[in-house]
Design a protein around this ligand. Sequence first.
Ligand code: CA
Length: 232
Amino acid sequence: MKKILIVEDEDSIREFIVINLERAGYKVVEADSGEQGLKKYEETKDFDLAILDVTLPGINGFTVCKKLRAQNGLMGIIMLSARSQEMDKVNGLMLGADDYITKPFSPSELVARIDSLYRRVALAETRNENNLREEISDGDFTLNLRNRTLLKNGRLIELTQVEFQIMEFFLSNPGVVLDRTKILAHVWGTSYIGEEKIVDVNIRRLRMKVEDSPSMPKHIVTIWGLGYKWEA
Ligand code: CA
C-alpha cells in the first residue's frame, strides 16, 4: 500500500490533495499542523511519502521536514509552497526534501509529481530487499547500495534518496560528463515535469557533503555548458 502523510493547515487545499491522492490509489493520513504531523508519523512510521506545507501554525514545514528526514532517510518528501521565491525552494531542498510544488497546482501535476517520487522510493525499497551489488568504491568514497550509505575515508555521510541516486549515477560513470537532462531522467524519471534547476540544487547540497571545499569542488566537477563529472 502506498502510504502518504499530508501536513497542510488550509482545509480546502488539504481536502483537494486527499481526494486526488486517494483517487490515485494512495492511503492518506492527514494532519493540520506540523506537531500533529510528527505525532501521526510516530504512530506507525511506515510512510512512503510526505507532503509538507511550508507555512503552518506552530512549527513550519521546513522544521517538520528536518525532523522527519533525521528519522527516515528513505521516505520521499515534497514541500508545498505558496510563495514562489527561489529561497523557499532551496531552503526546503537543503533540509532534505526531494521536490517542491508551488501553489496553485492542478490535480494532474500533483499526482504526476507524487507518482514519480513514489516510484523512486519503491525502487529504493526493492533494491534494499534484493541486495544486488553490495557497494561501489572509488578513491576515498564507498557507496553501500544495500544500506544506502556513503563513506568518505570511513566517515559516514548522510544522504537523501535523491542524493544517493545521484551519487550512484556518478560512481557508476566515473570521469564521464553527465548533463542535467541525463541526470534528471535517471534520478527523477523521464516523466518528471519539474524544472532542471532541481538537479543543480541537489548537486550544490551534495557538494556540501562530499567536498573538502564546496566552493572549489574536486569530486563533482562542473563542465561548463555540458554538465557534471565525477572524479574520485
Ligand atoms: Ca499553510
